[in-house]
Write a protein of this length. Structure first.
Length: 378
C-alpha cells in the first residue's frame, strides 16, 4: 500500500521556500539507453533530532511531538518486513552518541515517504535492474534503505546488509580505531582556524555569537542539530534563536570545515579511500544492478571531495550521489550525478579510475596507515 506524498519543503521568513530533501521527480536527467551498474550513496531521509538538550537549552518537553512525527504503525510494519543482515566481526560504532535513543535520531514519516518515493523513481528509471542495499548500523539509515527497497518493489526484496564495524566504509573511521585519522583531522581543522582571522574563523565567530544566547557558553563545542526544529516547526513550534538563518549558517560552516579538512589528500584517503575502492569495484561488475549505500551527510561530503565535485553545500535529506555506467558504442562509460545534477558527464570508466587513483585505499593499506601517528599536515 503506497503512502500519500508529504511535504519536503518548508517556508522561510518572507515566504521563501526552503527545500529540505532531494526529490527525484523534479529534474530527472536524460536516461542512458544501455545502463549497467548504478551505485548510489544516499543520505538518510528526514529525521528527528539526535539530542533534546543543547548546552543550556533543554527541549525534552517536545518528546510527544517528535513521537507524533515517527512512521505510522502501518509504515513501521512495512519497515519491519525488510530483513537486516549484520555481518559478524569485531569493533564498535564510534558514532554511537549520534544514533539517538527512543524517538531521537529516527526516520520520520516524512522521511519514510521521501525514501519510498526514491525507490519508486529508481524502479521507473531502471525497470530491469536488480537492487541490493548496504547501510551503517543506524536505525535511520537502515530504515532509509528499507524504504527504498519497498518503493522499488522487487518481487523478493533483498536484505539490508550491515558490515561489521571494522569493515564499515560508509562513515569515516566508523570503529574509531584509526588514530591517524582522528589526530590529523583535528590538526587540520585547528590550522584552518588559526592565525590572522581566516574566512573559516570569521564564520565560526559569527555563528558562535548567534548561538550564545540560545545555548549558553561554548556553544561550538556542542552538537548543533537544529534543522529538524526548522523543518517541523509547524508541529513542534518555534523558539527564540532557532530558525532557518541559524540552520543554514551551521550547514555552511560545516561544509567549509569539511572542504578545508579534506583538502589534505592523506585525510581524504583515510576518510573515503576504501569506499571509493568499493564503488569502483561495483561499477566494474557485469550485469545491470543498483547498489544502494545508505549513509550520512559527513560521508557524502568526503566522497564528493574525492570525486572533485564538492560545491561546499551541505547535503539535503535523501540526497544521492549516483554513479551510472553504460555501454555507449565503445568502452564502458560512467557519469556522476549529485541530486540529478550532472557533475561529471559521460566519460570512459577508466578515466574516472585514473582520476581517483590517488585516493583509493585497500583494507590493508588503511589498517597500516591508521596505526601511524607521524605524517604531513600540509
Amino acid at each position: 500500500m503506497g503512502s500519500s506524498p508529504k511535504r519536503s519543503k518548508r517556508m522561510l521568513p518572507n515566504n521563501v521556500t526552503a527545500v529540505t530533501a532531494f526529490d527525484m521527480t523534479q529534474k530527472p536527467p536524460k536516461p542512458s539507453e544501455h545502463p549497467k551498474q548504478v551505485v548510489i550513496l544516499m543520505r538518510h531521509g528526514d529525521r528527528t533530532p539526535v539530542r533534546e538538550k543543547f548546552g543550556e537549552l533543554d527541549l525534552s518537553h517536545l518528546a510527544p511531538k517528535w513521537r507524533s512525527l515517527l512512521p505510522t504503525e502501518a509504515e513501521q510494519a512495512e519497515l519491519d518486513s525488510v530483513r537486516v543482515e549484520r555481518e559478524e566481526g569485531t569493533g564498535s560504532n564510534s558514532y554511537a552518541s549520534f544514533v539517538g535513543e527512543g524517538h531521537l535520531g529516527q526516520l520520520t514519516s516524512l522521511g519514510f515517504d521521501q525514501c519510498r518515493r526514491a525507490g519508486q523513481q529508481l524502479k521507473a528509471r531502471y525497470p530491469e535492474a536488480r537492487i541490493r542495499a548496504f547501510s551503517t548500523d543506524f536505525p535511520r539509515t537502515i530504515h532509509t534503505a528499507s524504504c527504498v527497497l519497498l518503493g522499488f518493489g522487487a518481487s523478493e526484496p533483498p536484505a539490508v546488509s550491515v558490515a561489521a564495524p571494522e569493515r564499515q566504509t560508509l562513515l569515516p573511521n566508523y570503529d574509531g580505531r584509526c588514530r591517524r585519522y582522528a589526530a590529523l583531522r583535528q590538526q587540520l581543522i585547528e590550522a584552518a582556524h588559526a592565525g590572522v582571522p581566516t574566512a573559516l574563523e570569521m564564520m565560526r565567530r559569527e555563528l558562535e555569537e548567534m548561538l550564545l544566547p540560545v545555548m549558553g557558553v561554548e556553544p561550538m563545542k556542542k552538537i548543533l542539530d537544529f534543522t529538524p526544529f526548522c523543518v517541523h516547526q509547524d508541529v513542534v513550534g518555534t523558539f527564540d534563536g532557532i530558525n532557518w538563518e541559524m540552520a543554514k549558517k551551521i550547514e555552511k560552516y560545516k561544509a567549509s570545515v569539511e572542504a578545508a579538512a579534506y583538502a589534505n589528500p592523506e585525510l581524504l584517503r583515510l576518510a573515503a579511500g576504501r569506499l571509493v575502492q568499493d564503488v569502483m569495484d561495483y561499477l566494474s561488475q557485469d550485469g545491470h544492478q543498483i547498489t544502494l549505500l545508505a549513509a550520512h551527510d559527513n560521508m557524502m561530503t568526503a566522497f564528493l571531495v574525492a570525486l572533485d565535485v564538492f560545491k561546499e553545500q551541505w547535503p539535503l535529506y535523501a540526497s544521492m550521489v549516483l554513479l551510472e555506467t553504460a555501454e555507449l558504442n565503445g568502452p564502458r562509460s560512467v557519469r556522476v550525478l549529485m541530486n540529478d545534477e550532472v557533475c561529471l558527464d559521460w566519460e570512459p570508466l577508466e578515466t574516472l579510475r585514473t582520476r581517483v587513483s590517488a585516493t583509493v585505499m585497500s583494507a590493508a593499506q588503511y589498517a597500516a596507515a591508521c596505526d601511524g601517528i607521524a605524517g604531513s599536515t600540509a
